[in-house]
Design a protein around this ligand. Structure first.
Ligand SMILES: O=C(O)CCC(=O)C(=O)O
Ligand SMILES: [Fe+2]
Length: 224
């Protein structure tokens, strides 16, 4: 499993905060430019995958500029005491994601560190009631790129539609047919929203050839 750390705090993003701390102000990531940085001739991409049934994934491969993303990686990897992280990082990160996703609000941050390809997160959905029925979950990646998989949740009717061996086989086929794969690049942002947690599962599988670390920040809103 990956190393994990969870921070929960007050919603840090307000319009006033954004004005004092401009990141990708007023525009979705990939559509705006960073203050103080030269314009890039290549417009950053924003890919929207409609999973159907009200579930959606947004993937922005170059959410954080490459050099800046390495600075963040080094800071998170080396300087942060993982057992006592500095809350300032939470505030800055949340502001930036908030600005990239207008209308979003986050008050919880989960950090995962995948030391090598042996570290993984198995199939699950972040569908706990504390996140509400249609949670928006934003995930920023630093360091080594890893695969992120989504598969349709096996439904109860399918699981009980057969008995014994035949029933189990049918369930497996159903699960593998509807699968999406994203290569989460250094500095990328992936957002799951709508009914993605209710209807889909996601995982970061083991990768034998991966030997360097990946750090992932996952922003959520916990209902009060
Ligand atoms: O590392 C990732 O990209 C996903 C992590 C995840 O699914 C989780 O923390 O719930
Ligand atoms: Fe998750």
């Amino acid at each position: 499993m990956a190393s994990r750390l969870r921070l929960v705090g007050p919603t840090p993003s307000t319009d006033a905060d954004s004005a004092q701390n401009p990141g990708i102000s007023g525009k979705a990531a990939g559509e705006g430019e960073r203050v103080g940085e030269a314009k890039t001739p290549e417009p950053p991409r924003r890919e929207v995958t409609d999973l159907g049934g009200g579930s959606e994934v947004v993937y922005i491969p170059r959410f954080v500029a490459r050099e800046k993303a390495w600075e963040w990686f080094d800071y998170l990897d080396k300087s942060i005491p993982w057992t006592r992280p500095e809350i300032r990082v939470f505030g800055r990160s949340a502001n930036q994601v908030h600005e990239a996703l207008p209308g979003s609000y986050f008050n919880s941050l989960l950090l995962n560190r995948y030391k090598t390809g042996s570290d993984y997160v198995s199939w699950h959905a972040d569908d706990e009631p504390l996140y509400g029925p249609t949670p928006e979950i934003a995930s920023v990646t630093f360091g080594c790129e890893r695969d992120f998989l989504l598969r349709k949740k096996p439904t109860k009717s399918k699981a009980t539609s057969g008995s014994g061996e035949a029933g189990r086989k049918q369930l497996k086929v159903t699960a593998s047919q509807k699968q999406h794969s994203f290569l989460l690049k250094h500095g990328s942002l992936l957002v799951m929203r709508g009914y993605t947690q209710r209807d889909w599962q996601h995982s970061v599988p083991k990768r034998a050839k991966v030997s360097s670390p990946r750090i992932n920040l996952t922003f959520r809103h916990v209902l009060s």
